[in-house]
Write a protein that binds this ligand. Structure first.
Ligand SMILES: [Zn+2]
Length: 352
């Protein structure tokens, strides 16, 4: 909630005053080796009054792009002019991150364990700690995710678009594609939707990998959100993103109808029509071939890159949009422009 400049922000036994930056470690649990596991948080308090926003990553321990997005964000000199409070949580799920896994060691998915409780499973306790210390104290939030292993996502924003404030943040992020899917039970998004906290999700790239363009789009997107909610002054000469995002009301996966070796015929960002052949599954030793057809007309927003499939495996994720060509063109342009920049918005050399 907005704090006045003479109030301190109390967290983890610390009082963070206006104009101060603090690194904290909130205790989560001890490993069975007795080593403590903590939830690391960086609190950046502006000198001036303003809202509180959280930016979080690695809720799923193998989705590491957001860790780099937050690292770059925290190094930006522009934060010295911040109004309000930024709660940066680059590694929410420390235990899963250590194991390079989506899941906690108890095999639970943290992002199906909200709101959790103090006395529940390890996942429930961590979910509860994250809500109580971070989310419930924020006016806004940006949560950073990626696709699964071998399944990269096209950059996209997800959020509860029925909430006008959330829609405002989604639009401000500056990506041409918004996905308005129903939140799954137990997700952070279900919790914040119910509570009416405007939280948006940035989805891009794949688990356990970096992708420079997706990182840059993420850093710029978070900055765009901070401009929109007046926590940062938009630099002179930098105009508000002119993209009018297209909203996909639903999406669907094309599953492989057979087991075999997959030859993909549609790339991320391609426009596909319902019934169009988007992949061929073949047997390496015979001439048996089975096409995978698109279950919808839209844009490919997720794709399996590993060309080996079992029958039933999710292979292509297609977002249904009214004007897929317009979305595909806007995304192509954004990708090209971002890739052509020598350095991204944070001025860091690219990861290659
Ligand atoms: Zn995720």
């Amino acid at each position: 909630m907005p704090l006045s400049a003479d109030e301190t922000f109390a967290i983890g036994g610390r009082q963070v005053a206006a104009g101060e930056r603090a690194r904290l470690e909130l205790p989560v649990v001890n490993l069975y080796t007795s080593a403590p596991v903590v939830l690391p948080v960086v609190v950046v308090r502006g000198r001036q009054e303003g809202p509180t926003v959280f930016v979080s990553a690695a809720l799923h321990g193998d989705e590491i792009i957001g860790v780099e997005i937050i690292r770059r964000l925290l190094r930006m000199p522009v934060l010295s002019a911040l109004r309000g409070t930024l709660l940066a949580v680059p590694i929410v799920n420390t235990l899963a991150f250590l194991h390079q896994s989506r899941y906690l060691p108890d095999r639970r998915d943290l992002n199906r364990s909200f709101p959790g409780s103090k006395s529940g499973s390890l996942a429930a306790r961590l979910a509860n700690l994250f809500l109580k210390e971070i989310v419930d104290r924020s006016d806004y939030g940006v949560d950073l995710h990626t696709g699964a292993i071998h399944r990269p996502n096209l950059p996209q924003i997800r959020g509860d678009l029925a909430n006008p404030e959330t829609l405002r943040l989604c639009t401000a992020f500056g990506i041409p594609l918004l996905l308005n899917s129903e939140p799954t039970k137990g997700t952070l998004r279900e919790y914040t939707t119910t509570k009416g906290i405007p939280v948006i999700l940035y989805e891009s790239a794949e688990a356990l990998r970096f992708d420079e363009v997706c990182i840059r789009i993420g850093v710029q997107g978070v900055l765009n959100v901070l401009y929109e909610i007046d926590m940062l002054e938009r630099p002179r000469g930098v105009r508000k993103a002119a993209v009018e995002p297209v909203i996909a009301r639903s999406s669907t996966w094309a599953r492989s109808p057979a087991s075999g070796v997959l030859r993909a015929q549609a790339a991320l960002g391609d426009v596909v029509r319902v019934g169009q052949i988007i992949g061929i599954v073949g047997d390496p030793l015979s001439e048996n071939e089975t096409p995978i057809t698109s279950p919808a007309t839209g844009v490919v927003i997720g794709r399996l890159n590993l060309p080996l499939v079992h029958e039933g495996d999710a292979a292509f994720h297609v977002a249904r949009v009214d004007d897929p060509d317009a979305v595909a063109q806007a995304l192509d342009l954004m990708h090209e422009q971002t890739a052509a920049m020598k350095r991204g918005p944070s001025g860091e050399p690219p990861i290659v």
